[in-house]
Ligand binder design. Structure first.
Ligand SMILES: C[S@@+](CC[C@H](N)C(=O)[O-])C[C@H]1O[C@@H](n2cnc3c(N)ncnc32)[C@H](O)[C@@H]1O
Length: 192
C-alpha cells in the first residue's frame, strides 16, 4: 500500500472520530484538537516500533480505536482483532472498519470472559493499571508473544507494582509525544 493511501485512511478515521465524539465521547473533548499530534501520533509510534513484528494483533479496550484502528490502517497484512465491551463504541469501530475497508474484526465482549485468543501481539492504551492489565494480557497472549502497552507518566511505579505478582522482560520505549510516558514492550510473562 502506498503512503498516500495510509494518509488518506488516517484522515478519514480522524474525521469519523470527530463526527462521532460529541455523541459517545471516544476521546476526552479537551484533547480533540490534539487528535493528530497526540492520540494518532502515539499510535503511529507503536506501529513503527512493531514494524517488523510477525503474526496477528489483538487490541484490548479499543474505545475509539487507539491504537487498534491505526494499526489496522498501517498494517493491513496483520490479522487484527479489537475488543471493546461498550456497544456504542463497538458500533463506531465497526463503522470505521466498514467505511475504510479495513480487515479488522471487532468483538463486543469483556476481555475477562472471552476464551484465551493466543495472540502473537497485544496492545492496550488507557485501559487499566499495569497489575490488572497483566492479567488481561496473560489470558490472551501466546507464551512467545509480545505485549505493547502504552502507559503514562506513572509507568515506573506501575511496573514495580506489577512485579509483585508477575515476572516479565521489559523494554520501555519513551513516548514520542511525552518524554515521561512510554510504550512498554513486554515478553516472557509468568506468574511470580
Ligand atoms: C479509557 S478507554 C481507552 C480507549 C482507547 N484505547 C484509547 O486510548 O483512546 C478504555 C476502553 O476500554 C473499554 N473497556 C474497559 N474495560 C473493559 C473490559 N473488561 N473488556 C472490554 N473492554 C473494556 C471501555 O469501554 C473503554 O472504551
Amino acid at each position: 500500500m502506498s503512503v498516500s493511501r495510509e494518509t488518506e485512511r488516517l484522515r478519514a478515521y480522524a474525521s469519523l472520530l470527530r463526527k462521532w465524539n460529541p455523541a459517545i465521547n471516544l476521546v476526552a473533548p479537551s484533547t480533540l484538537d490534539r487528535l493528530e499530534t497526540r492520540h494518532i501520533a502515539d499510535s503511529l509510534h507503536l506501529a513503527e516500533l512493531a514494524e517488523s513484528t510477525p503474526g496477528g494483533w489483538l487490541d484490548l479496550g479499543s474505545g475509539g480505536g487507539l491504537p487498534g484502528i491505526v494499526m489496522a490502517i498501517m498494517r493491513p497484512d496483520f490479522p487484527l482483532t479489537l475488543i471493546e465491551s461498550d456497544q456504542r463504541k463497538a458500533a463506531f469501530l465497526r463503522s470505521v472498519v466498514r467505511e475504510l475497508s479495513l480487515g479488522a474484526k471487532v468483538l463486543c465482549q469483556r476481555i475477562e470472559v472471552l476464551d484465551g485468543l493466543d495472540a502473537a501481539n497485544i496492545s492496550a492504551r488507557a485501559l487499566a493499571p499495569l497489575p490488572q492489565l497483566m492479567a488481561y494480557v496473560n489470558r490472551h497472549l501466546h507464551p512467545a508473544g509480545t505485549a505493547w502497552l502504552m502507559k503514562g507518566r506513572n509507568w515506573r511505579a506501575e511496573v514495580a507494582q506489577a512485579r509483585n505478582n508477575w515476572t516479565f522482560d521489559l523494554k520501555p520505549h519513551p513516548s514520542a509525544t511525552d518524554p515521561d510516558a512510554a510504550i512498554l514492550e513486554i515478553t516472557g510473562i509468568r506468574h511470580a
